[in-house]
Design a protein around this ligand. Structure first.
Ligand SMILES: CC(=O)SCCNC(=O)CCNC(=O)[C@H](O)C(C)(C)COP(=O)(O)OP(=O)(O)OC[C@H]1O[C@@H](n2cnc3c(N)ncnc32)[C@H](O)[C@@H]1OP(=O)(O)O
Ligand SMILES: O=C([O-])CC(=O)C(=O)O
Length: 371
């Protein structure tokens, strides 16, 4: 047996959902650059789940289904109110809430493909409501009910703040959702697939995926990037802060990737958005500091930024609390997780690799009283 640490380069299955080839990302063969410039997030959801772009009426129908399923049970709202609100990270709250939500879905344990598709709609529709309801409850505010006349992106911002978002914010948020929707066999998607490959249910798959996304080496990095930017504080401090980190062999959050070598194709879109939004808010320093960090890390380590780096200053500029950055990633990525879960069920085999045992062998058992 040969072991590849972290399964680097190991191809674990086939997929028709997304690909990363020669540092290019596609969803069902469509280049991420085209999708980022042109698509609504709802179109991406359709594309990932049906492997083709929707016609107008199909898109309208999906939007309607998402809008009609966006409300969450009152029990879930009341449940949030029992959480130790000032200690709980929103990703932990989301992980718990998705699991809890499953208890109220009569079809939770039905595994036929129609029931699974209906659950996919319900979960995708409810994720923004869960995140925004928790965010409001912990601030002592009542949750804002979803509206049926707003796009997916606009509805999120509306439910978060309780007021109509402006067009620039909606466009930026929509683009961020498009860019985060799927990414081949990343850690959280793989986790979801491993879970449902036991023929466990969709809610278990998504709950496991949220747990995996939460870690700072994966989706949790976007919050850590903003923490770093806040700690640095101003452009004059960038050089010494980053040098110190590199000398101490600490990782710079938002840099590096297991698959991309020349760079993450999503980062340039977020960088452009960061420049635009930070200029508009009069807080361009976050963008300028980020650019300087990028210069130093690429010059010294030749490690380019990933999707999490510039998304931090984008979300900050949209007025979003820093610990909601990763839940927002989940609001988008649940579309990819669901696509992969449905693909896994369609052609399932238990996922069960081997481990090479390197511990002691042929040990002789010694009775408790003789040890
Ligand atoms: C949505 C996402 O999940 S994107 C990734 C989000 N995560 C982050 O931004 C956290 C920071 N980045 C990292 O920790 C890593 O680059 C990962 C986890 C993304 C990829 O990890 P791996 O493929 O296992 O690479 P690994 O950690 O082995 O790094 C390889 C080398 O590059 C260095 N390196 C990798 N990333 C960084 C970084 N961000 N800062 C400094 N050095 C780094 C490592 O120290 C290592 O150097 P060495 O060979 O001298 O020991
Ligand atoms: O693919 C990965 O390893 C991580 C990543 O960029 C993502 O999930 O978007």
């Amino acid at each position: 047996m040969s072991v590849t640490k972290g399964l680097e380069g190991v191809v674990a299955a086939t997929t028709t959902i997304s690909s990363i080839i020669d540092d290019k990302l596609t969803y069902v063969g469509y280049d991420i650059d085209d999708l980022a410039e042109n698509s609504s997030f709802e179109e991406i959801v359709f594309l990932l789940w049906h492997r083709r772009l929707p016609k107008k009426d199909e898109l309208e129908n999906l939007k309607k289904e998402l809008a009609e399923n966006a409300e969450i049970p009152d029990e879930v709202i009341q449940h949030f109110k029992t959480y130790p609100i000032d200690k709980v990270h929103p990703m932990a709250a989301l992980r718990t809430a998705v699991s809890y939500l499953g208890l109220f879905d009569d079809e939770a344990d039905l595994l036929d493909s129609d029931a699974n598709y209906r659950k996919a709609i319900r979960l995708q529709a409810k994720m923004p409501t869960l995140v925004t309801a928790f965010s409001r409850i912990r601030k002592g505010l009542e949750p804002v009910a979803p509206r049926k006349d707003l796009s997916f992106a606009a509805n999120f911002l509306y439910m978060l703040n309780g007021e109509d978002p402006d067009e620039i914010a909606v466009d930026a948020f929509n683009k961020a959702l498009v860019l985060h929707a799927d990414h081949e066999f990343n850690a959280s998607t793989f986790t979801a697939r491993v879970c449902v490959a036991t023929l466990s249910d969709v809610y278990s798959g998504i709950t496991s995926a949220i747990g995996a996304l939460k870690g700072p080496l994966h989706g949790g990095a976007n919050e850590q990037v903003m923490k770093m930017l806040t700690e640095i504080g101003s452009i004059e401090n960038v050089e010494s802060y980053i040098q110190r980190k590199l000398e101490n062999k600490e990782k710079i959050m938002g840099f590096g990737h297991r698959v991309y070598r020349k760079g993450d194709p999503r980062a340039k879109h977020l960088k452009k958005m960061s420049e635009k939004l930070t200029t508009l808010t009069g807080e361009r320093k976050w963008y300028d500091m980020s650019v300087k960090i990028e210069e130093i890390v690429t010059r010294q380590k030749n490690i380019p930024p990933n999707v999490d780096f510039y998304s931090a200053s984008v979300y900050h500029s949209l007025g979003i609390d820093h610990d909601l950055f990763t839940p927002i990633f989940a609001v988008s990525r649940v579309s990819g997780w669901l696509a992969h879960i449905l693909e896994q069920y369609d052609n399932n085999r238990l996922i069960r690799p081997r481990a090479e045992y390197i511990g002691p062998k042929k040990q002789e058992y010694v009775k408790l009283e003789d040890r």
